[in-house]
Write a protein that binds this ligand. Structure first.
Ligand code: UDP
Ligand code: MG
Length: 324
């Protein structure tokens, strides 16, 4: 069986089209399938519509979070409940076309354990595209795990890899990173990313920045090293400055000849202070990011809270803690 996980946050505008296109595509694979829609704290009407879909087609199942927990958590919950031999993660907005999924399944049958999609053309504006590019370059430069560039969560994952991902207890879940970390045989498939089928993006720019920060800080310790490097660099600059000032005082005449006579320089002091202050704040911020993450993990809160399930074994209001 193949499971398809769809994280959704207020995707009412696209739900019917999603149902039609995904069901039609999945029926062509000739394999049994289930769809797990994770309702990430959407409005009431969305859940009602899901209930209607589940009633007419029990292959469509759903989980309802008690509030908005965020896209990565919704994907993680879907992966946790998926029963298939392979799981596909797809966005609700049809930016990733369901009609392309048979290519993923073919690759899986060839023996690959993870088939991730590589976005070839994006339909977003230039600024957003630039940010995406920048993020993936920073991530691949900083991370110890090789996380393929321009691959989102749109992917097919074999049960083997799924078990590894589900066993990871971390709170800040950067799913595409966990997927890459797991290893096994992974391959990428290029596809063209479409524009949204309807509705507005549910990822605000702030949420995207948060995702990028999660990605970098969960998969790399190099920002910590950056702090050390910055500290060393400023110390060297400060030392050079001290030597320079010292020589300037001793050989004042010679320096005056080449136009470098000592001037009482408030500016230099102020600039140096600001620079050092800035470096210190950056370093504190970097420490803060890691400590915040440690704090999150130490609290051992469940990653999500489920209010209701349709066609899935969750009793009402169950708290599903990934640690058990
Ligand atoms: N999404 C979610 N929870 C959120 C934000 C988004 O489950 O808090 C879902 C959303 O419904 C969609 C997917 O995540 O299915 C991707 O969101 P979106 O299309 O807004 O992101 P983009 O494609 O712009 O990166
Ligand atoms: Mg989208």
């Amino acid at each position: 069986m193949i499971s398809i996980v769809v994280p959704c946050y207020n995707e009412l505008e696209v739900l019917d089209e999603l149902y039609d296109r995904l069901t039609r595509a999945a029926e062509k694979w000739g394999e049994p399938f289930e769809v797990i829609v994770v309702d990430d704290g959407s409005q009431e009407a969305f859940w009602r519509q899901l209930a209607m879909i589940h009633k007419k087609d029990s292959r469509w199942k759903a989980l309802r979070f008690s509030r908005n927990f965020g896209h990565q958590t919704a994907v993680s919950a879907g992966l946790y409940y998926a029963a298939g031999d392979a799981v596909i993660v797809i966005d609700a907005d049809l930016q990733d076309p369901p009609e392309e999924l048979h290519r993923f399944i073919d690759k899986w049958k060839e023996g690959y354990d993870v088939v991730f999609a590589i976005r070839q053309k994006r339909k977003e504006n230039i600024f957003k595209r630039f940010c995406y590019k920048l993020f993936y370059r920073i991530l691949s430069g900083a991370s110890e795990t090789v996380i393929p560039e321009d691959s989102g969560d749109f992917a097919l994952i074999d049960r083997k890899v799924l078990q590894v991902i589900n066993a990871m207890p971390e709170e800040n879940r950067f799913v595409r990173g966990l997927r890459a970390w797991s290893g096994f045989r992974q391959t990428g498939l290029a596809y063209e990313r479409h524009a949204r089928a309807g509705g507005a993006p549910k990822y605000s720019f702030a949420k995207l920045v948060q995702l990028a920060i999660d990605g970098i800080f969960s998969f790399s310790a190099s920002p910590l090293r950056l702090a050390t490097k910055l500290g060393l660099l400023t110390s060297v600059i400060a030392l050079a400055g001290a030597v320079f000032t010292f020589l300037q005082r001793i050989f004042a005449d010679q320096f005056a000849k080449i136009g470098l006579a000592p001037v009482p320089g408030f500016a230099t002091i102020v600039i140096a202070m600001l620079f050092l202050g800035g470096v210190q704040l950056i370093c504190l911020g970097i420490l803060g990011e890691y400590i915040g993450r440690i704090y999150d993990e130490v609290k051992q809160r469940p990653s999500w809270v489920i209010q209701e399930g349709l066609g899935l074994e969750v009793t009402s209001r169950t708290v599903k803690n990934m640690k058990h």
